[in-house]
Each structure stands twice: as C-alpha cells, then as structure tokens.
Design a protein around this ligand. Sequence first.
Ligand code: ARG
Ligand code: ZN
Length: 883
Amino acid sequence: MDIARTPATPDGNFEMADAAVEPHAPATIRREDYAPFPWRVAATHLDFDLGLEKTLVEAKLTLERNPDAESSPTIRLNGDSLKLVELRCDGEPNDSYAMEGDDLILTLPGDAHELTIVTEIDPASNSQLMGLFASNGMLCTQCEAEGFRRITFFPDRPDVLSVYTVRMRAPKAQFPVLLANGNCTAQGEEGEYHWAEWHDPWPKPSYLFALVAGDLVARSDSFTTMSGRQVALNIFVREGDLERTGHAMESLKRAMAWDEETFGREYDLDIYNIVAVSDFNMGAMENKGLNVFNTKYVLADIDTATDGDFDAVEGVIAHEYFHNWSGNRVTCRDWFQLSLKEGFTVLRDQLFSQDMGSAPVKRIGDVRVLRSVQFPEDSGPLAHPIRPDSYQEISNFYTSTIYNKGAEVIRMMRTMAGEEAFRKGCDLYFERHDGEAATCEDFVKAIEDGTGLDLEQFRLWYSQAGTPKVTVALSHEGDTATLELAQEVPPTPGQPDKRPMPIPLKIALFDRASGTHRGEQLVVLDSASEKLTFEGFAAAPVLSVNRGFSAPVRIERDVAPADLTFLAARDDDPFARYEAMQDLVVGHLGDVVAGGLAAEEREAGREAIRTALAAVLADERIDDQMRGELMMLPGESYLMEQSLVADPGAIHAARETLKTWLGRELVEELVALHERASQAPGTLDAAAQGARKVKTLALTYLAAADPERASQMAAAEYDGATTMTDRQGALMVLASLDTAQRTAKLLDFYNRYRDNDLVIDKWFALQASSLHPQAIEHVKSLRNHGDFTLRNPNRARSLYMAFAGNPHAFHAASGEGYRLIADLILELDPVNSQTAARFVPALGRWRRIETGRAALMRGELERIAASSQLSRDTHEQVSRSLG
Ligand code: ARG
Ligand code: ZN
C-alpha cells in the first residue's frame, strides 16, 4: 500500500502541500490547486490478455498538447501497484522515465506522441476490489474514483476525456462472455481462445472505463427511445440467478422512459449492459454502457428479497441509468465536484421513486436516512461541505453529505424555482456542458440562468458544512400571528464562523377549530433572523413548518404537545404529520433522559404519544405504507443527535421503556392491526406491501410488551410466510427475544437459504442488529462461522455494519463493542482499505458521547492510529476523527 506520496511536479494535478512538512503523512489534495492537464489523450487503445492470475495490458495513448493548459516538458501518468513490462514512445523503447511514488513521469519533447505501455496485473490477488479484480471466477473492473491506475499508467483524473477502443482475449471456456463500454465491433476465435473488440464513441474519463469477462447468462429485452431508436438491454448474472432479474429489467425500462418524460434525456448507445457481481465495494457503478452492480441491487424475487430490497433495486438501477447524463455526458472536472453528479443523480432517483410509488412515504424515508446518517456526519469530526476543499483519499468522500445533502441542496433550488423553471435550468446545464467535465459552479450558474433565480448567497450551501439550526417561535396578539425565525450554522472542522444561508421553508397556519389552513407559503429565511406577521387570526393558529422537509435543517420549535398532537392527526402535509409524531416522541424522550421530570409530567408526555399513536392505528384515511411511517419511533442515532453530549445507554433504555409501555397500552389495537394485515396477499402491490410493513411494526411493539406472546405470533408468521418480507420481519422480532423459537427459526432460516449469499447476509445482519442481551457474543461467534469472510464486502458489512448500527450492543458500557469494531478495522484494512475505512465514523463520534464511553472510543481510535501499516483511507479517517 502506498501511504507516502512524493510531491507532484508542476504538471501534476494538484500540489501536495503536506508532503514536504511530514514526509510520511499522506499528502493533502486541495481544490484551489486545480490546474488543467497539459496533455490531451485523443484516443486510448487497450488490449487485454486476460487471465485470473495474470493479465497483460497493452495501452496505446494518442497524446497531444492541451492548448488550454500551461505547457509542460513532462507527462505524469498515475499508477498504483503496477508492474511495468514495456514502455515505448512513438514506437521506440523508452527507459528515460522516472517514478514518483507509483506515478510514472516521462519527458515528452514534441506536441504529439503515441505512447505504448505494457503492464502486468494479478486480478485474483486484488482484494481491494479496485481496478481489475476476480470475483467467483469472473473478471471485472471498478475504476471510480482512482482504480484505472491499477490497470495501466494513465492520467487518471476525470477531466481527461478520451475515446476508448478495447480488445480482450481470453480462454473461451473460462470466459465465454467478454464485455466493455460501448458497442461490440468485432469478435473472433483463435483455438481455445476468443477475442472481442468494443468501441465507445463517447469520450469519457478513465473512471468510467469497464470490462467484464466471465461465464454469465443474460436476461435480454429492448427499449425504444423517444426518437425511435432501439436499444438492446441485457442484465448479466451467474447461471442460477436469471429468474431473479425481472424486477431490475422492468425498473430499467421505467427509468429510461421516466428520464425522457421528466428531464428530456434520451439514451445514446444501441446497447445497455448491466452485470451483477457479488464482490463489490459499493452499490453499483455507472460505467458508460456497461454498469457493474453489486448483486444486492439487481437480484430480487418475492421469496428472497424484501419489499425494501425491491425498492432499493429500482432506485439503484435508476440512479446508475440517470448517471448516463448526470455524470457521463456531463462529468466532473475534479473529485471536489463529486456532488455535481452524485447529488444531482440522487435527487433524480429520489424523484423517480416518488413517481413510481408513494411520494410522501419515499420522502419520509429519504429524510430518515438524511437525519440518521448525514446529520451525524455533519455534526462530527468528518463534517465537510458538499463541495469539499481538500482530501487525502477521495474514496472517503463518497459520503452521505456528498450524496444525500447534495441532493437536498439541489432540491431546494427546485423548490424555490418551481418544477418548470427548474427543468429549464437543467436543460440549459446539459446543453451548455454536454461532453465536458464541469463544476458545481457551472451547475448553479445554469440553474440561475435557466430559472432567473439569484443564487449568489445560495452558493454558501456548497461551501459551508454543518446542519443549520432554525429556531421558530409563533406568537399571537389581537388578530395578528407573528412568526419569528432565526438561523445558526454551527462551526465545523476548519470552519469556525459561518454566514447565514437562504433557507426555503414551506409553512402553513392552521385554524385550530376547523383544522384547515389558507394555503401553503414558501418563506425564504436568508438572514440571521426575521419576523413575519400574518393578519386575520382571531385565535392563535397552529404552525406547520418545513413542510415536505423543504430545507435540510434542524428545526427548533417551542411548541405545546397539544399542537403536535393536532398536527400529527390533522396536517394535510404527510411529512409534517410524520414530523409532528416524531417531535412528540423526541420531546418526551429528551425530557425523560434529562431526568428530573415529575411523575405526572412524564405521564402526560407519554399519554399524548399514546393518543396520537392510537389515532394513527385507527385512521382509515391513510394507507398502511403511511401508517407504518407514523408508527415508527425515532431511531437512536437521531435521538443521540438531539443533545450535545448523548448517553446512549439512557437513550436506549428510555426508548425501549416507551415502546414497552405503548405496546401494553395498545395491545388490542396492535393485535387487531396485525390480524387485519395478515389477511393481505403475498403480492407486490402497494396495499400488500403496506400490510406487511405495519404487521411487523405491530409485532415489534408487542415483542417489547409481551415477549412470550409475540414470540408465538412471530414463529407462526415465520412458518406461514410466503414472502421474504414477512419471513425476515418475523425472524427479526424473534432474533431480539430470548426464547426457544429464536434458536429454532434462526437455524431453519440458515438451512433454508444457505445457498443464497444475499439471504445469508440478512441472517448475519439480523443477529448483529438484535436487541438480544448477548448480541456481542453472537457477533463474536458469527465471526468464526464457516460462511463468514472479510473478503466479501457484503458479508463483512452484514455482520459488522449491522453491529455498529446496533446502539445497545455497540455502545455497551464495557467498551467491548468499540473494541470489536476497532479489531475489525485493523484486520480488514490490509485486505480492503476502502471498506475498512467506512467503519471509522462509528468510533469517530466520541466527542458527542458521554465521557466514560467517549474515552473508550477514543482509546480504540488511538489504538488503530498506532498501527504503522494503515492504508491512506483508514489513516485519513482516523486522524480526522482524533484531530
Ligand atoms: N458512482 C457510483 C455511484 O453510482 C459510486 C462509485 C463509488 N466508488 C468508489 N470506489 N468509491 O454512486
Ligand atoms: Zn452515483
């Protein structure tokens, strides 16, 4: 692993500022140091002689000087763990190159050259899963962000666009399918070998390069684009998985049609290939014309995938497809602009999913993710703006901030502009920058020009980190209601002082008696504080604020529980209804944890929640999908976020106590709901899915209140299940109980699905995330289970991500949970540093945790930091977390 990088020459992409000061510290790359690359790569020819253990790559680069860049006598070609076999310049052998770290520096005298580079790589031993790697006997690539440099020496930066032609040669029996970007232009056989040539006419950066070779079968279909072109669609999987690709294919066709209708974007090649691979660091990758997917986001059928899995497949298939425009046709100038493609594409996939199913339920789910993952990130040591200023390892910046907050920021522009104007801005963006490597600034400018909005101050959303806090107070006098708003953007690492940002808040004022309002308004709070008055209110209205979660902020409202109960029951904005329910519970649990509550106050608090929940259970106007949202108690990670310093033990106890109490108080209603929902068919329509959702939620309340009874119900549900949703839901409830049924059903589940990796991942995850008092012991013994391996990221995450997200176990007062995660990081880091580094944030939140646990967390981070072998990925995350 190359930790130390030497300083760059002037033609390098970025100055590596720290390297001179601290020779062994990884260099810091800065956005302000961007300079265009001095060379253009007009064409790239790649010739692969493929083998699992040995692959030879011959790259021919057609170079010419970039007239828009400062001229340089040299060229820097990035490399990473490469073996150079041969280097020729204009046909002549060349050995006058120099190595700087893993990069190759070559002097080039003329204005145009052809370089031939032969490298040798060993895909089978590539456990990092970046570059060309082997998975289950097949070969495939992952190049974003900097994986291409593990294949050949190349200017591996997103602003160098080139037209690729790829030739692959491989043993025919072992690799009957050979794929690369673009269209297959020629193929042939040579004895036991065969070859194929693919050409991609669209210039692209190296991170979008892809190649796949393997024994695969395809589900094929086609799509006719809006201009009448036929596109062949293929989803390649391993033999036995073909029946489970139907949903992915339907999702793809829906996404293609939706992008035409909604954004006017048409597909631009004659073929679109998707390949599913079981060893993959991320969800999926949008390589031009050849998406590579984690199997988790392709394979789904009702017996092995939950309703949530079905939605995730649809969302990720759409996400990668939408990248063809937001990412590929218009790509990023440098990695600081990552949110340009990711934030925008997440917004696009969110809007798509909203249109495919229940829009409010999708919105609530997206906000839940934002608040449980991005908010903690934004208030911790790893906080960064959606357009960061510096990084050491770009893989660490594929974050919820870049993706999810990035989407929220663009969504705000859409809210302020209106849908139609926003579309004009997007059209302008695509038109202006098609074929270019663009910046976030280019995007904002296009939206500004296309919509007529003034986004001058709004740009602060790109540069300032931290979740703004908006304080809201409503007063009433005579017939005037006065709304006082104030904002505060908290300090974050490197950004002690913040400026006020424009915060678009959708509001409505409800008449208490009639339960109606006079229309929703959009208020943009763009100064530190503001006072708004509303006339004609004889009685004090009830305020509904940040409706639809119009801004990604934390709202602090001084509001009576009675008003929250009112909104929870009557708000016509589904998100606001959900929010009122959440606030009711958050407020109560906050009071309980803070202590000093008089008995009758506590009684009143939980009584308000009981009343609201009972109303939700009985409400006939809402569907079960929405009912499920309203039934969910706020998660512990979100609850911990509410206080400056949290006591995870106290929060967990308070939340469980409330759940138990509610389960007892509402036992009849919950049993009735469970019974009613159990009548629903095992189909995939929204009503049936909703029924399954509330059924399991009802069980979780009952499990807290009456474990024996719930255990019997869950066991029966498990046995009778005709869908994975029901079976997993029942098993989840059982996994948290200390009953005989638990052992029996866990064993049954394992035996039933032992041949299905994705389902066995669920089996690991259920046990690691259970409320069972011995969860830590379970994880320790599962670590030694014959099916566990650190080499498969899905499997490693199924056990340890689930565990790190299980507050009662991870935050065990003994510190054992922290030790377990630190041990994992140390063990996984040399195998797969990208995946290892993703576990660091769990420990990194120590400053926001009570002192006893904080010291233990910090201690584990220090233990990791003391290792001399750390990857750049893990080193960066650990040092920022301690810093
Ligand atoms: N661009 C991919 C997406 O659709 C993510 C790839 C990230 N890869 C990585 N090695 N960090 O979101
Ligand atoms: Zn993406």
